[in-house]
Design a protein around this ligand. Sequence first.
Ligand code: NAP
Length: 486
Amino acid sequence: MFHASIAPLLQPFCHWQDGAWRATTGLSFPVTNPADGSLLATVADQGGPEAEAAIARAHAALPAWQAKSAKERAALLRRWFELILEHQDALALLMTLEQGKPLAEARGEVAYGASYVEWFAEETKRLYGDIIPAASGDRRLLTIKQGIGVVAAITPWNFPNAMITRKVAPALGAGCCIVVKPSDETPLSALALVTLARQAGIPDDVFQMVTGQNAAAIGDLFCGDPRVRKLTFTGSTPVGKRLMAQSANTVKKMGLELGGNAPFIIFDDADLDMALKGLMLAKFRNAGQTCICANRILVQAGIYETVVERLVAAVAGLNVAPGTEAGATIGPLINDKAVAKVETLVADALAKGATLLAGGERHSAGELFFQPTVLANIQREMAIFDHEIFGPVAAVMRFESEAEAIALANDTPFGLAAYFYSQNMSRIWRVAERLEYGMVGINEGGISSEVAPFGGVKESGVGREGSKYGLEEFTEIKYLCLGGLG
Ligand code: NAP
C-alpha cells in the first residue's frame, strides 16, 4: 500500500512502481513486511566495490569535516534531530512495516534514536582536553581529543533507527566521517535517516549508507581497509568475533555491542508489583527481540509460585497482531529462522522437563507470529539457559539463596544487561557489585537512555555507546609536549 507520509523519506533512493518502492538503479534485493510477507521495496544490492568507493569518498571528505568547528557540527546534528522528530510518525510507520514492532514502540524508538542525536549535538561542544602539571619547569603538557578518522558501522534489524543514530551522531560530532551498512532486513529506516541528514545539511560523503545482501563482502572490505580507523558493530557475538579477528591486521579501534543473556532476578523481598511490571517490559518489548531482554527469569523459592501465576495472567493480556493494528503489543518475529530458533529452544526445554504454562507455538496471526509463552521449571542443562531466545518466551527458574542467584546469573559468557528486584539496601549493593554485567537494572526494567553508557562486558562487547563516554569512543587522545620554555 502506498503511504504518502513515507514517500519523501524514500524518494531519493526509490520510486513507486507496481505496488512497491523500487530501487532507482542497478541490482536490488527485496524488503518484505514480516507481518504478511508482502513486498515493500527493492533496495540497491551493493557489495565490496561500493563499500570501497564509499570509504574513499569518506576519506576525501574528512579534512573539510574536521575543519568545521564543534559548534558548526553541533548545529547540523541539532537540525537532523529536529527533522527526525518532525517525521516521527512516518519513520515509525516505515519501521513497523519493515521490522514488525507495534507502532507505539516504533514511535518510541524514533524518539529514542533522536535523543542520541540531540545528546551528541550538545556533547560535541564539550570534547575537552587536559593540561597536565609537568615534571619539569621548562615544559607544558597537554592533551587534545581528535576524531579518529573514517568509521565503518554495521548495524542490526531489531532497532533499525536507534542503533544507527547511536553510532552516527557521536562519530559526526567527534569530526569523523562514517559509512554504515544496515541489516538487509531493515534498510528502509536506515535510508530514511540519510534523507533527513541530507536535508539537515550534513554533507553527502560525511554520512553514507551501503545497502547490500552480501554482508560478509562488505564486512571484509570494512575490516581490511586501512583508511577505516574504527569499526563499530552491533549484532550477534559470532559475527562480532569474526569482525574483531578480521580487523586485527589493520589494528582498528573496535566498538562491539554484541549479544546478551540477561538474568532477571526476583528476590523474596522484592516489590512484586514493580517486579512484574519491569519483567513484562524487559521480556516482551519488541516481541522479545532485544539484546537486553530478560532471558533467564530467576525467582526465589518463597515467591516462585506467586510470580509464575501473576506472569501467566499478565501474558494473557498481551495482544498478538500486526504492528500497524491499534492495540497490538506483540508483532511478528523478523524472519522464519528466528521463529524456528524459538521453536527449537522451547522444544528442548520441554523435552528436558520444563512446564509449559502459556503459548508454546506459532500464532495464527501469521507465519512469523509466535504465541507469548511461559515456561516454568527451567534447569541449567536446557539450551534456553545458554542462548538468547530473541522471542516472546519467558523462561522461569527457581533458586534458593542469594549466592545461588548470583552464581546462576554469572554462569554465562555474556555480560550485557542484568536486572534484579529487592527492597533490601544491603542486598542491593552486594548483588549490584557482584553481577558481571555492563548494565544492571535495580528495581527497573527499562534502563536505556542517551545519557547513560550502554555496553557489555565479557563476550557481550567492547566499548560504550551514549553518555559522555560514547563520544570519546570516536576520538584519539593526542599528547602535546611543549619543551624549551625556560
Ligand atoms: P547479526 O546476524 O550479527 O547481524 C548484525 C549485522 O551484521 C547485520 O547488518 C548483518 O547483515 C551483519 N552481518 C552478518 N554477517 C556478517 C559478516 N559475516 N560480516 C559482516 N557483517 C555481517 O545480528 P542480528 O541478528 O541482526 O541482530 C541480533 C543480535 O544483535 C543479537 O545477538 C542481539 O543481542 C545483538 N544486539 C546487540 C545490541 C547491543 O547493543 N549489545 C543491540 C541490538 C542487538 P545482514 O542482516 O544484512 O545479514
